[in-house]
Design a protein around this ligand. Structure first.
Ligand SMILES: NC(=O)c1ccc[n+]([C@@H]2O[C@H](COP(=O)([O-])OP(=O)(O)OC[C@H]3O[C@@H](n4cnc5c(N)ncnc54)[C@H](O)[C@@H]3O)[C@@H](O)[C@H]2O)c1
Length: 318
């Protein structure tokens, strides 16, 4: 991304007699953000942009900024309740409502996208997650199994359905790239992440299993990006999200990765710069996953012992 700054004089005529330093105080700075054409000529489908906090929203904007043409998809309910229509108008991207658990809906998304974009697809983003158990505050040792089935269907099997539909329709070009968004709770237990952890484990496994077949037969790449906790609508459903955000920010040497930074990473994964990357779970977490303790977390951790010290300053664990 280039940021070009233009200094526009506020005066219509710059009086040569005005000292240089004063002339430069009276200017307006205008910055225009331009892409690098990393996705020039590519066609993409972005699933899961609900509102301007959604990771998919940022990915859609960045993909278009990099020269791609795209379609958008979300559930009919999300289209009614969210602001995806605004994004569709802003990016001139056709919005195709679909429930990603429905094979026929997905077939329609690929069909309509190829018609609207004028050819086969080069990249797909699966940015979909939802747990009815989390919504209904059912804890992991008191799961409702119908809801668990729903969590897995929406958050993981939909990825398999998307890939299977695309492959059967031969809808993705050679070296096309399919990315789904995951979270580290797939490997390590995170308090409150609940049955979404099981869904994310399966999501990452689907990327490997389907990635093998799709790569072998059509050179299509399939990866997951494991993103830092991010303040979005889905993110806010996670128990104690504020605490989780603060903890991972303190633990990560580079801090939490934002939704906009995730969009940058997705663009690289959609581009021709990563043609031999497939079947990977790519960690985009500011270094969090390689840390066990940071100075900033230790500082915070020590504070919690204050109330357990006796009059001699000795820690009593109770
Ligand atoms: N926010 C975080 O902290 C975080 C961290 C790592 C990974 N992720 C993952 O990123 C992805 C995007 O989430 P987000 O944080 O941008 O939140 P978000 O709420 O903006 O996006 C979730 C999307 O899933 C869509 N969705 C739900 N059920 C669907 C269905 N049946 N069919 C089609 N779409 C459906 C929703 O309408 C919504 O647009 C999810 O997979 C999420 O698990 C989020």
């Amino acid at each position: 991304m280039h940021i070009i700054c233009i200094f526009v004089p506020k005066f219509s005529l710059l009086n040569e007699t005005i000292p240089t330093e004063i002339r430069f105080i009276n200017v307006t700075k205008k910055c225009i953000i331009m892409g690098n054409d990393l996705l020039k000529g590519k066609r993409g489908i972005i699933f899961g942009a609900l509102n301007d906090m959604s990771i998919a929203w940022k990915v859609a904007e960045r993909a278009v900024e990099e020269g791609a043409i795209i379609t958008l998809s979300n559930t009919p309910l999300a289209v009614r309740m969210g602001t995806t229509n605004e994004l569709s108008e802003k990016l001139n991207a056709k919005l195709i409502p679909a429930d990603a658990t429905s094979v026929s809906d997905l077939e329609n998304v690929f069909k309509e996208s190829m018609e609207a974009l004028g050819g086969k697809i080069d990249f797909v983003l699966h940015s979909i997650g939802m747990s009815p158990n989390v919504r209904k505050k059912r804890t992991y040792d008191d799961l409702d199994y119908d809801m668990l089935t729903s969590t897995i269907d929406i958050s993981a099997i939909s990825f398999h359905k998307m890939l299977q539909v695309a492959k059967k329709m031969d809808a993705i070009n050679e070296y096309g790239s399919v990315v789904a968004l995951s979270y580290m709770a797939a490997q390590r237990t995170v308090f409150g992440y609940n049955d979404m952890a099981d869904a994310k484990s399966m999501l990452e496994s689907i990327a490997r299993s389907f990635g093998y077949i799709y790569g072998r037969e059509h050179n299509v790449r399939v990866n997951t990006i494991s993103q830092s906790p991010t303040p979005t609508t889905a993110g806010s459903g996670v128990k104690n999200m504020d605490g989780l955000l603060d903890y991972s920010e303190r633990m990560s040497p580079l801090g939490n990765a934002t939704a906009a930074e995730c969009a940058d990473y997705c663009v690289v994964m959609f581009s021709d710069l990563t043609r031999k990357v497939t079947m990977q779970n790519l960690l985009h977490d500011g270094g969090f996953s390689s840390m066990a303790m940071s100075y900033r977390v230790m500082e915070q951790y020590n504070k919690s012992f204050e109330e357990f010290k006796d009059e001699n300053g000795k820690i009593i664990y109770g």
